[in-house]
Design a binder for this molecule. Structure first.
Ligand SMILES: O=C(CO)COP(=O)(O)O
Length: 256
């Protein structure tokens, strides 16, 4: 059975103080235990969040990492620096990093390998642009991103991965994909992984939808057989809305 995942991607929001205030509000209510709950925060907030999240069951993640072990990479952060402070997840290949910071499928692949080697769970983002969607290339684009990102990964590594399908046109626009369309693409991602590895591996990988997910639409995504949760931007910034997203995932049915 696949445990559902709700991951917040705070992007470039929240100081340390704001991050701690979020967590203390979240902790003041109960959070269901049968959902893997993750917050991916900016680097400066990570150490304080890891400490404050102890014994809450909430996992803390970064939004990026460098693929090298260490070296002359000004401004970058390594996997070892993240694990050293207790970070357990990292987003890789977010479309904003692909668009604004020249992230390529090759760098995503290297980052994924480094993350896994250090015991971090990579949350691998894939998704098509509006232009690609309108020209009927969604599945082709997503398949290529998956093939290139997973190049050289073994079955055991892929099972630990979380994939997030985030159509670029749905991110931060308030225009979410329909649940049916997202379910279809995510089903296709699962079949692609089954072709590359086998059915058992594909049945274990958690695949999330991301793009304008809110408490009032998450239920429709979770109702899709292949969608195991959500990677959430805007609606993860408010503790009450984040709690509602986690609660929605907890009340869904088991999958896999
Ligand atoms: O990019 C996203 C999560 O990684 C989605 O952002 P929004 O939920 O704000 O659309």
């Amino acid at each position: 059975m696949r445990i559902p995942v709700i991951a917040g991607n705070w992007k470039m929001h929240k100081t340390v103080k704001e991050a701690l205030s979020f967590l203390s509000t979240l902790r003041s209510g109960s959070l269901p235990g049968n959902v893997e709950t993750v917050i991916c925060a900016p680097y400066p907030a990570l150490p304080a969040l890891v400490e404050a999240a102890e014994e809450t069951g909430i996992g803390i993640g970064a939004q990026n990492l460098h693929w090298a072990e260490e070296g002359a990479y000004t401004g970058e952060v390594s996997a070892r620096m993240l694990t050293d402070i207790g970070v357990r997840y990292t987003i890789i290949g977010h479309s904003e990093r692909r668009a604004y910071f020249a992230e390529t499928d090759e760098s995503v692949n290297r980052k994924g390998k480094t993350a896994l080697k250090h015991g971090l769970v990579p949350i691998l983002c894939v998704g098509e642009s509006l232009e690609e969607r309108e020209s009927g290339k969604t599945k082709h684009v997503v398949r290529e991103q998956i093939l290139r990102a997973l190049d050289g990964f073994g079955s055991e590594e892929v099972k630990r991965l979380i994939v997030a399908y985030e159509p670029v046109w749905a991110i931060g626009t308030g225009r979410a994909s329909t649940a049916e369309d997202a379910g279809e693409v995510i089903g296709f991602v699962r079949r692609t992984i089954a072709d590359l590895y086998d059915q058992q591996v594909a049945a274990e990988v958690r695949i999330l939808y991301g793009g304008s997910v809110k408490p009032d639409n998450i239920g429709s995504f979770l109702a899709e057989a292949d969608i195991d949760g959500a990677l959430v931007g805007g609606a993860s910034l408010d503790p009450e809305s984040f709690r509602q997203l986690v609660a929605a995932a907890a009340s869904g049915r088991e999958k896999g």
